[in-house]
Design a protein around this ligand. Sequence first.
Ligand code: PLP
Length: 221
Amino acid sequence: MPLQFATRLQNVETSAIRELFKLLGKPGIISFAGGFPDSAMFDVAGLKEAANKALDEEPGGALQYGATEGYEPLRTQLAAFMRSKGVTDLEPSQLIVTTGSQQALDLLGKTMISPGDKVIVEGPTFPATIQCFRLYGADVQSAPIDAHGVDVEKLEQMIVEHKPKFVYLVPTFGNPSGALLSLERRKRVLELAVKHRCWWWKTTRTATCTSARRRPRASRP
Ligand SMILES: Cc1ncc(COP(=O)(O)O)c(C=O)c1O
């Protein structure tokens, strides 16, 4: 009897990234498309040392189940790091450690998107994000970009037209565009977030999602 997959999988297409990754197994192929880092860059010695240190000093903690939100000392250090970058009102309890940006994107889709919700992304954007949001039933709309990132005037028009659940941007070295959102546009994006009381999610390859506030802080209860 054929497997009956969940209906939400019916319109899922193959992932362009997975197709690209298949090519990487072939000898002599150096991919500039699939986002594979050079394996020669991996800090094998450093990772070995860190793993050994963790297993020597805290074997139970390193191997045991832990809090779903992530390893508490890491969350504390991450909050301190972000405070050193000027994010002053952040507590470790407001952070979740994920196994990569993709898990954070999936959590975002799972918790925020209901079937039919509009989500605005940049066009082009990271293909796995679109796939993930669609899996949760999002109606994904693309805002145009140029070398300086998203076209903020068009974006505002689209926010007014679509009233999206949230806007997803990759402001620094967008994938696949390589675009860098200019300072002027970053400020405009923040203004739009406050003006339209809209959630924003920004990712980079290594960082998890962050969000601008739905309402200006002053008007929060
Ligand atoms: C913009 C963007 N988001 C998310 C990811 C997935 O990142 P991770 O490997 O941390 O899950 C990538 C990977 O290339 C990316 O470029």
